[in-house]
Structures are given as structure tokens and as C-alpha cells.
Unconditional design. Structure first.
Lengths: 315, 310
């Protein structure tokens, strides 16, 4: 097990180098006069911003030196400062990260409490109208673009429930209940695609478990259906579901940008969009690198947990 | 669906159900696996529905404005923001443009983006996957590390970053989507090549002195195509989604070109008094994504009969 973890950690190094190179190359190495392009025509080209950019990017140095300087700073926790506000990028990220974390938790909650029971029910009632309804619903949930659904949800709430407070984001420290209320709808929308996927997957794995010999044995010895399901079927069908739940964290991270934009939440996704709009490439590079690293680490933890949960996997 | 890795890594099948070779039914006559898959695909009702939906989209994309008395770009302020009526079945937008016509024109954009991006991803991904799977070695390692890097980003975020830095335009969007998809294609091709290359028929070809290029083109490639085709079908629907999402964020298609995502973006200002501008583009996206997904599901079941039994 330890060898496996060490192996995976070593394998992480080239990936992280590649990630940082890709971010560096795509954000910082743009043909033409970099500063002019970055600052754009429509931006007020304040001398201070240009000066900040020139200073941070070491534009006179050759490219590999620039990369090494940048990555050296990053490794020391210095992601640079915003070209617009002058605030350190890492401070900005850390200030916004709790919103994302909460939103992810909220979405995960909906995925688990909606997805797994519905999938299990569909499998248990296979080929009945319940099963068919759930399956058709899952297909539609899967193909409806969540940003469209979010827009419609915002419309409906603002037309019919304008005072509900569901659309107002309040920081957790100010009012925890209002905070959770404000994240319900974004979390639900964010979870939608994954919920439908988990429904389909749970249905498949539960069906698989229902056909196993140990289930037949359990039924043959007269156990109630309740016990058969809760003791034998459900626990055994949860390992693949748990893995996919982990993988779906990536989907959720990707969905944050759209969800935050529509619900106007002050998270990292909106920060990325704002940095693109204002051409604040220091913030863009820093925040994308941050998200990618988190994503890679989450995937690693899931793989390790999976190896830990499933004794058949040995490396 | 909104992330490429969900499809390739899980396949909705528990890990222990994998294994076993082609399940070719040995009945009266022996059918080739491709013929068998085709037969099974035709039997699938949902696959048929999906194919018809896709066909309709392609016809609209090619025919475009010829089906409509209006022009997708000409403005007429006298009919600005009209609700759906007989003259304008999907209403009109702020500039009095007929929305149905713009949705048809948007179909062209969506189909163009998804097909070109997917073809491009195959053109890049298949050779790289063949090299990585067949030769391995240093080239294989370099290729696979590159793939890992692409997979280290959430899909939408990588597309966002590439488009933001290359510049928001249709060709750059296509390029960004192709770069993301090719990583998945490389993985799938490499995995299939590795499972095929030690089989007897490849060894036999090598024994009679066939060159590597011949072995790859004639013996290995046909055997890796079916998973690639299935994945490409899912990529088509994913490309439609990514295009819509990025255009919705203002980072894809630029005005006045009518793309579904951009129409959704533009409609947000008027959503309270002209909701039809929001509803119809969304329905168009659902229609397209559903069509490609139904087709993809049927193709996957056809090529992998073990899955269709559940």
C-alpha cells in the first residue's frame, strides 16, 4: 500500500510540471508584444498596471528563466499580484475558496441523497413503471444543459418567489442559515448532471449485486427483503459508486464557473471569468493553476482510497 | 457527459464485469463483428430515434436559411421582442430577427464546431495513440504524459483558458475542444492497441514480414475503431455542450453569429419579459445533445453486447 502511494506521488511530479508549463505557455507566451496584447485596447492602460506586469514577468529574460522564476515563486506560495487591484492572487483565491467548498459539499449532498436512493429503487423495481420513469428522468437530466436550467430557475424564483432570499448569497460568518438557503439552488443545479449519472450507475451496480449467489442465499434462508437490501445488496454495490462520486468532483469543479456566473456567487469560478474579462492574466494563471492542482490531488486521493477499499486491487 | 473522463473511465459497469473477448455468436452463418454490431444497432429503437434526430440536425445545418422566409441577420425594429406567433413560431429577438431562423443558423454553427473538432481530435489522437500503444518507449511516455496533463484540468476550465488566451473566436474554440478530446482518443486507442498487438493475427502478420505501418493500418486499426467511434459520438454531444457553455460565457462564437449558447447569453437581459428567447435555444441544445447521446448509447450497446443485457 505504501509502495503504491509512493509510486503515485512520484508519478504526480511530471503531471504537475506539465500542468504548470501549459498554464505558463498559454497565459504568458502570446505572440506579439505581450504587454500590449495583455492590456488590450479597451482597457484603460494605466501606467501602474503595465509596470506591474513588466516587473512580474521579467520580460527581458529568456523564456526558460521566466518559467523557472515563476514556478519558483509559485512553490513558495507566491502566485503574483493582481494587475488590476494589486492584491496578492493567493489571498484572493483563499478568500473565495470557502464558497466553492460549500457549493461542492452542497452538490455532493444532493448527489448522494437523490442519486443513490433513486438508482437503488429503479433497480429493485426493474422493468416497472417506477424504473422506467426514473430512467427517462435520468436521461433528460443528463442532456439538459445545467446553465440553461439555472437561468430558468433564477427566472422562476425571481418572478414567483422574489422575497424567498434563495437568490441572495450571504457569507457563512454573517448568517449561517441565510448562507445555506442561498446555496441550495446553485448546489441543486450543479449536482444535476452528476445525479443522473449516479442514478444510472447505482441502478447498474445494484442490479449486478441482486443477481449474485449470496443474495439468493440470503433470500433462501428467509431474510426479509429489507435486510437483504440493506445488509447484502447496497453495501456491495457502493464501491464503484463511491469511486465515480470521487471522479465527479472534477465535473463539479468544472461546473463551478457556470454556476457561479449565473447565481452571482463570489467564488473562484467567477474570479476566473472576471480575470479573463479584465485581462488580469496574473489572476488567471494563478487561479487556474490552483484549481488544476486541487483537481489532481483530489483524483489521487480517490485512487488511493479506492485501492484501500477494494482489496482486489494490488499494485 | 459534461466531462470527458466520465465516459471512458467508468462505462457504467462494475470493474469486475470487464474481460472476455469478442462475443461473436456462432449461429448458422458467421457474421463479422462489424456486421453483428450493425444488426444490433438497427434493432435499437432509441438508437433509431437518435439517428433520426441527428439526421434532422444535419439537414437543417446544410439547408439552413433556405427553410425560412427570414434572414438570420437582417434586423427589423418594428417586430422587436415579439412573442411566438404564426409568423414567428419562436418569437423575435431584440433586433426583430426571427428566432427560429437564427436557431437554424445556430444549428449550422453547432454542427460545424462539433464535427470539425471531433474529426480534428481523431486526426491528432489516433496516430498518437497508435504510436504510444504499439511502440511504447520514450515516445509513448512523452505522449501519455501530455495526455495526463490534459486530464489534469477540468474540461470546461481548460477550454476556457485556451480560448481566453488564444482569443475568443470560432476557430480557436474548435481547436481548444479538439485538444481536449484528442487526449481521450489517445487513451482509448492506446488501450485497445495494447490489448490487440499481442494477438495471434498480429504475430502472424509480423512473422510473414509485414512492415509496422502495414500491421498498424491493416490489422490493428480496424480492431480499435469501434471504441473510438462510440467515444467520438459522445464527443459530438459534449462538443455541442462546450460550445454552448463557452458562448454563453461570451468566450465562444461572437455576435452577430447566432449560436445557441450565444443566443442564451444575449437573452438573459430580457428574460423576464421575453422568456421565449431563453427557452427555445435551450430546447435546441437538449434536442441535439439527446440525439447524439441516444445514438452513442445504441452504438456502445451494439459494439459491446454484454452491456445491453442489463
Amino acid at each position: 500500500m505504501l509502495r503504491y502511494i509512493a509510486h503515485r506521488l512520484l508519478g504526480l511530479i511530471p503531471v504537475l510540471i506539465g500542468v504548470s508549463l501549459l498554464v505558463f505557455l498559454s497565459v504568458w507566451v502570446i505572440p506579439g508584444d505581450v504587454v500590449d496584447i495583455m492590456m488590450g485596447d479597451e482597457m484603460a492602460q494605466s501606467a501602474a498596471a503595465i509596470e506591474r506586469l513588466r516587473a512580474q514577468m521579467n520580460l527581458d529574460e529568456p523564456i526558460h528563466i521566466r518559467y523557472l522564476t515563476w514556478i519558483g515563486n509559485v512553490l513558495q506560495g507566491d502566485l503574483g499580484v493582481s494587475l488590476i487591484s494589486g492584491e496578492p492572487v493567493l489571498d484572493q483565491i483563499l478568500r473565495r475558496a470557502p464558497v466553492n467548498f460549500q457549493l461542492m459539499l452542497m452538490a455532493m449532498f444532493f448527489i448522494i441523497v437523490i442519486g443513490i436512493p433513486l438508482g437503488t429503487l429503479a433497480a429493485y423495481k426493474q422493468f416497472t413503471w417506477i424504473d422506467n420513469t426514473i430512467r427517462i428522468g435520468a436521461i433528460f437530466g443528463y442532456v439538459i444543459p445545467n446553465f440553461w436550467l439555472a437561468t430558468i430557475a433564477v427566472l422562476i424564483v425571481s418572478l414567483y418567489f422574489p422575497r424567498s432570499g434563495v437568490l441572495n448569497y450571504v457569507p457563512f460568518s454573517e448568517d449561517p442559515i441565510a448562507n445555506i438557503r442561498g446555496l441550495l439552488l446553485p448546489g441543486l443545479v450543479l449536482s444535476l448532471t452528476t445525479v443522473t449519472y449516479i442514478v444510472r450507475l447505482t441502478r447498474a451496480t445494484v442490479l449486478d449485486a441482486l443477481r449474485q449467489d449470496y443474495v439468493r442465499t440470503a433470500r433462501a434462508k428467509g431474510l426479509s427483503e429489507r435486510i437483504v437490501m440493506t445488509v447484502h445488496v447496497i453495501p456491495n454495490s457502493m464501491i464503484p459508486v463511491a469511486t465515480v462520486l470521487g471522479i465527479q468532483v472534477g465535473v463539479l469543479i468544472g461546473g463551478l464557473v457556470l454556476t457561479e456566473e449565473i447565481f452571482m456567487l463570489p467564488g473562484i469560478g467567477r474570479m476566473i471569468l472576471l480575470s479573463i474579462e479584465s485581462r488580469d492574466f496574473m489572476v488567471l494563471a494563478g487561479s487556474i493553476l490552483f484549481v488544476a492542482v486541487i483537481f489532481v490531488l483530489v483524483n489521487l486521493i480517490i485512487d488511493i482510497l479506492y485501492a484501500f477499499l477494494d482489496p482486489r486491487i494490488r499494485y | 457527459m459534461h466531462d470527458t473522463r466520465t465516459i471512458s473511465r467508468t462505462d457504467e459497469r462494475p470493474p469486475d464485469a470487464a474481460g472476455s473477448d469478442d462475443a461473436v455468436a456462432e449461429t448458422d452463418q458467421v457474421l463479422s463483428p462489424t456486421r453483428l454490431a450493425w444488426k444490433s444497432f438497427r434493432r435499437s429503437k432509441l438508437g433509431l430515434v437518435g439517428s433520426l434526430m441527428v439526421l434532422l440536425l444535419i439537414v437543417i445545418a446544410i439547408g439552413g436559411e433556405q427553410f425560412s422566409p427570414y434572414d438570420a441577420y437582417s434586423m427589423d425594429s418594428s417586430v422587436s421582442l415579439e412573442p411566438p406567433s404564426l409568423a414567428h413560431p419562436a418569437g423575435t429577438d431584440r433586433f426583430g430577427r426571427d428566432q427560429l431562423t437564427r436557431l437554424m443558423e445556430g444549428t449550422r454553427i453547432s454542427m460545424l464546431v462539433s464535427f470539425v473538432a471531433v474529426v480534428l481530435s481523431l486526426v491528432i489522437g489516433i496516430p498518437l495513440g497508435l504510436i504510444a500503444g504499439y511502440y511504447g518507449g520514450l515516445a509513448g511516455t512523452v505522449i501519455m504524459r501530455g495526455v495526463d496533463v490534459v486530464f489534469a484540468f477540468p474540461t470546461i476550465l481548460l477550454a476556457l483558458m485556451l480560448v481566453a488566451t488564444l482569443g475568443a473566436s470560432l476557430p480557436n474554440l474548435i481547436l481548444a475542444i479538439a485538444v481536449i478530446f484528442q487526449a481521450n482518443v489517445v487513451r482509448i486507442v492506446r488501450a485497445s492497441v495494447m490489448s490487440v498487438k499481442e494477438r495471434e493475427f498480429v504475430e502472424a502478420a509480423r512473422a510473414v514480414g509485414a512492415r509496422d505501418s502495414v500491421i498498424m493500418a491493416q490489422f490493428i486499426l480496424p480492431n480499435v475503431l469501434s471504441p473510438v467511434i462510440v467515444q467520438a459520438t459522445f464527443h459530438l454531444s459534449l462538443a455541442i455542450f462546450i460550445e454552448a457553455a463557452l458562448s454563453f460565457l461570451g468566450l465562444g462564437t461572437q455576435p452577430p453569429t447566432p449560436s445557441w449558447g450565444l443566443m442564451l447569453n444575449e437573452s438573459r437581459t430580457f428574460i423576464e419579459f421575453a422568456p421565449w428567447l431563453t427557452i427555445f435555444p435551450g430546447l435546441a441544445i437538449i434536442f441535439a445533445v439527446l440525439g447524439f447521446n441516444l445514438m452513442g448509447d445504441a452504438l456502445r450497446d451494439a459494439f459491446d453486447p454484454r452491456l445491453s443485457q442489463r
